[in-house]
Design a protein around this ligand. Sequence first.
Ligand SMILES: *Cc1c(COP(=O)(O)O)cnc(C)c1O
Length: 344
Amino acid sequence: MIDFKKIVRANVLRLTPYSSARDEFQGSDGVFMDANENPYGTLNRYPDPYQKELKQKISEIKGIPARNIFLGNGSDEIIDLCFRVFCNPGTDKVLIFPPTYGMYEVSASVNDVNVIKIPLKEDFQINIENVKNIISDPELKLIFICSPNNPTSNSLNRKDVEWIIKNFNGIVIIDEAYSDFSSKQSFLSLVNDQNNLIVMQTFSKAMGMAAARVGMAFMDPEVLSFFNKIKPPYNISTINQKAALARLDQKEEMASLVRDIIDERERLKNEIARFGFVEKIYPSDANFLLVKVNDANRLYNFLIIRKIIVRNRSSVIENCIRITVGKRNENNELIRNLKEYKPL
Ligand SMILES: *Cc1c(COP(=O)(O)O)cnc(C)c1O
């Protein structure tokens, strides 16, 4: 168990948070003359700063108490808050395992925090021997683990991740943006026993709500109190809270869409594997495929001209493109065009 007083930034420990009108009086009945809102209209009131109704619903669905749930304006806000709670600019460090999600490093740069990189091994798994060399560095505050990982599409070995959680005296953030597409078990159940663990999930992928910008983080209530202390008071709009709530009422529809996407992923994989210019399709636990081809730039440009937009990842993994699984007809459109592609 970690003593947070030792790793939370001193200014965060000290600071008195902004107290909003909605912090002081809670309840929805009454004559509200406390927040300088306009009394007219339908979107005239400030949102619930702690998103209680939404958290309650997420709590029931995920089987984790609401006091363990933090919501952000997308996972991207939560990533940034991790830096601002724990990392002193200029001196502290975080560890990432590239190739991985770009926001960890961008957020580190914005916050002037040093990034240590331990590249994933050939099989895109964590190089634990190299982690052992630096895990005791007192300036290392955060370790970001993305599983299933973007852009490599695989899940990371559970025993490696558990070893890191147990042996690190800082915060481990496991980004599970794609876990609904994976058959592997989530790390959510560990949040109760491991107070240095933050598990992130999002409304943006399997739940189909990227436009609403709602990210979830599950963590120890004491850690969560620091996030609440520094977050912008009204970080999720009423419109977006309502949209997320409505989405959670469509559980069956959502599950069936996820199954369709997984089926299409497997179909797309089999179809793409037949092309001579495809050298490898990596095993995917996500809603996208990482595909190694003989000439990624050429293929990317060919598809762009035909208004099919994939992600060229050849700058991070040689000759690889990342293809998000689309609707059936979109996948067919991709396949049809690939049949007309003439590699060099
Ligand atoms: C897409 C994605 C997210 C989602 O970010 P939001 O800000 O919640 O939309 C988070 N992590 C990874 C690795 C992703 O690929």
